[in-house]
Ligand binder design. Structure first.
Ligand SMILES: [Zn+2]
Ligand SMILES: [Zn+2]
Length: 351
């Protein structure tokens, strides 16, 4: 079968690999339907490493995905403890926590130090034709969620977890720095939760346009510190109750801290390219900011599916998909995403 494997910096190759065998106990073999390309994939693609983890041998990329169940091992219970069935379309949570350590037992499986993650070295990901996954990571999807939309449930799950960390309250004011898929979804969730004055900032026009279409009260294209100036002006120098950094976590972290009000909450979602977090100490200290670091997600797929389901879904994931590539063109898809060419929002690969 075909698979897209990363060999090193900017070296993604589509090649023939052997098919997976049969699913074991508690596992499912799925035929991949759609895989999203993520900002974190871009870090791995650009540097051949993420968070200091270097790729030591070719690895199949892709952690945002859905597929159709082809066969099942014994005791294949899905993420909601129901029997999985052959033919079901499922979205797959890419994280495999150990479920036994202190973090897992205390309800923080997203922090499990022993977890593996599909598409993060050394575990192969989903840009391929077939794959064995843990059944409990599978969440059956209703028909109205498209394959491409299903791949975005991971992004929505991460966004839900980020918003949970923000402890939003009705009528809170919110700023989102970075209007990539996660930023836009956070913004939308804030609106759904009854936040007022929801600001969104990005340096790319097309991303700002999407934020505006999705209902941001103010969506503004900014360079450098412009966003801070604009926001402080709009809020009468108060800042917002909760600010989300969902960009590249470079100078955007300081900007996000400056946008947060005294005593406010700052949620850091973006991942910095150089693994350094830089912020003026005085900004955070004088304001007494509560700073939360978002790490993956918890059991958020069921909520993500609810938001994307129904005749009139609260969140239309398909609108986020900017382009679909066949697997043969996976390298081109990564290259395009890496260059942030005009119009790139969420690129999806369909085998
Ligand atoms: Zn991702
Ligand atoms: Zn654990």
């Amino acid at each position: 079968m075909k698979a897209a494997r990363l060999y090193g910096p900017e070296d993604l190759r589509v090649e023939e690999v052997s098919e997976p065998g049969s699913p074991g106990v508690g596992q499912a073999l799925i035929k991949l339907g759609a895989i999203g390309v993520c900002g974190s994939d871009m870090h791995m693609y650009g540097t051949g490493a993420i968070g200091g983890e270097r790729i030591a041998s070719p690895m199949i990329m892709g952690h945002e995905f859905m597929g159709e169940v082809v066969s099942l091992g014994d005791q294949a219970l899905d993420g909601e403890n129901q029997n999985l069935r052959v033919g079901q379309r499922v979205a797959v949570d890419p994280a495999c926590p150990c479920y036994r350590c202190e973090c897992c037992e205390q309800g923080h499986p997203n922090l499990c130090p022993y977890h593996t993650f599909y598409g993060v070295y050394p575990t192969d990901g989903a840009i391929c034709e077939k794959m064995i996954v843990e059944a409990r990571n599978c969440f059956p999807m209703p028909d109205e969620i498209s394959d491409a939309g299903g791949a975005l449930l991971e992004t929505l799950g991460v966004s839900i977890h980020s918003v949970d960390l923000g402890k939003l309250k009705v009528a809170h004011s919110v700023a989102v720095v970075g209007c990539g898929p996660v930023g836009i979804l956070i913004m939308k969730l804030a609106l759904l939760m009854g936040c007022r004055e929801v600001y969104a900032f990005d340096k790319y026009e097309w991303r700002v346009d999407l934020a505006r279409r999705w209902g941001a009260h103010e969506a503004i294209k900014v360079e450098g510190d412009q966003g801070v100036e604009l926001l402080m002006k709009s809020t009468n120098n108060r800042g917002v109750d909760v600010c989300f950094e969902a960009a590249w976590a470079d100078e955007s972290i300081q900007q996000a801290a400056e946008m947060t009000r005294y005593g406010g909450r700052l949620v850091l979602v973006g991942i910095p390219p150089d693994d350094q977090l830089a912020m003026r100490h005085a900004t955070a200290r004088r304001k007494g900011l509560t700073i939360m670091m978002a790490r993956r997600m918890k059991h958020t797929y069921p909520r993500a599916i609810k938001l994307a389901s129904g005749e009139n879904p609260a969140i239309r994931l398909d609108e986020m998909v900017s382009e679909i590539f066949p697997i043969d063109k996976a390298a081109e898809a990564f290259c395009k995403n890496y260059a942030y060419q005009e119009g790139v929002q969420k690129i999806v690969i369909q085998p």
